[in-house]
Design a protein around this ligand. Structure first.
Ligand code: 0X9
Ligand code: ZN
Length: 314
């Protein structure tokens, strides 16, 4: 674990090994949990970081790599786990968060697609499910969640990049994530899904111009996070609802999470702004992860405060 290069991209085999190493080294705070199998029958695991506590804890969810080619996303999930684990004993900010929050981190959601992007097509986006008698492959897993399914910004043609699948939650990967999130939703305070690229912090919704009930709060928390991010290395991010500052989408995990009642739900689009796009050079991994860490910690501080402040259980 000490020698694992966090400033490199890693093929899936190394990420599986990394998860085992992390779980073995930090047995007292980390557990590894099976979530389901992918279409091509690979196991999906998330890491749970949790300190024993008498408090009733809330959950922070983070997934990376729902889109195969966005390699910086899994790199960030791994970075995040390392930062938390290396610092939770000495860093009072992280220690405080862990007293009342558990982190659930899914480093690679779209494992089959991620592997395909390493072996065959660097710019592959979707999963690898087979459609139309094997004439086209892959569902856009971020169009397959059960929210306004395939109504806008998604396609019913399996050859398209935004193919929404054959029905809501038709894919094993989205089934696995949906059922876990559904079963824990009362305790999940914050849902973070990490993508690239575009340098954006997006809040619900993508499928409608309507705003969630806590829109103002989501904007405030998001803007503060963007400011913290910029303070690190000067990188500019924009903050806004998905449909306003990006484009219309339906069936995204973030909108679905908000609509089942998770109060704070954000999509991050990490670096860059188009120069390298999905093929962000490894030389930028460290700075990207450092600044994103600042943004995520800012959100966590805020949701922690807001939750325990507005809730007498704290
Ligand atoms: O199109 C997407 O799924 C995301 N962009 S990406 O370039 N990473 O593929 C944007 C998702 C934002 N979410 C919604 N608009 N609901
Ligand atoms: Zn994406």
């Amino acid at each position: 674990v000490e020698t694992y290069p966090y400033n490199r991209y890693h093929p899936m085999g190394e990420i599986y090994q990394w998860m085992s190493l992390i779980r073995e080294k930090y047995t007292e705070v980390v557990t590894q949990h099976f979530l389901g199998m992918t279409y091509e029958a690979r196991p999906m695991y998330y890491l749970k970081i949790s300190q024993p506590s008498r408090n009733h804890k809330k959950i922070i969810w983070m997934d990376c790599g729902i889109h195969a080619r966005e390699w910086i996303a899994p790199a960030f999930c791994q970075w995040f786990v390392r930062e938390i684990l290396q610092n939770y004993q000495d860093n009072s900010r992280i220690r405080r968060l862990l007293k009342k929050l558990d982190f659930y981190v899914l480093p690679v959601l779209n494992i089959d697609g991620y592997i395909y992007s390493w072996t065959t097509d660097r710019l592959w986006r979707k999963s690898r499910s087979s459609h139309n008698n094997g004439t086209c492959f892959g569902t856009d897993l971020n169009r397959n969640f059960n929210v306004s399914w395939c109504n806008i910004g998604a396609s019913k043609n399996c050859a398209d990049l935004t193919f929404c699948g054959t029905e809501p939650v038709s894919e094993p990967e989205t089934k696995a994530v949906s059922s876990l999130i559904e079963s824990k939703k009362k305790d999940i305070l914050c849902f973070l899904t990490i993508h690239s690229h575009g340098q954006l912090i997006l809040l619900p919704y993508g499928y409608t111009q309507n705003k969630p009930s806590n829109y103002e709060e989501l904007i405030q928390v998001g803007q503060k996070a963007a400011n913290a991010l910029k303070a690190k290395h000067g990188t500019n991010y924009r903050v806004g609802s998905s449909v306003d500052i990006l484009y219309a989408t339906s069936g995204s995990s973030r909108d679905w999470a908000r609509d089942i009642g998770i109060p704070f739900s954000y999509t991050f689009e990490l670096r860059d702004n188009g120069t390298y796009g999905f093929v962000l050079p490894e030389a930028q991994i460290q700075a990207t992860c450092e600044e994103t860490m600042e943004a995520v910690l800012s959100i966590l501080d805020d949701v922690y405060e807001k939750y325990w402040y507005s809730n007498s259980a704290g």
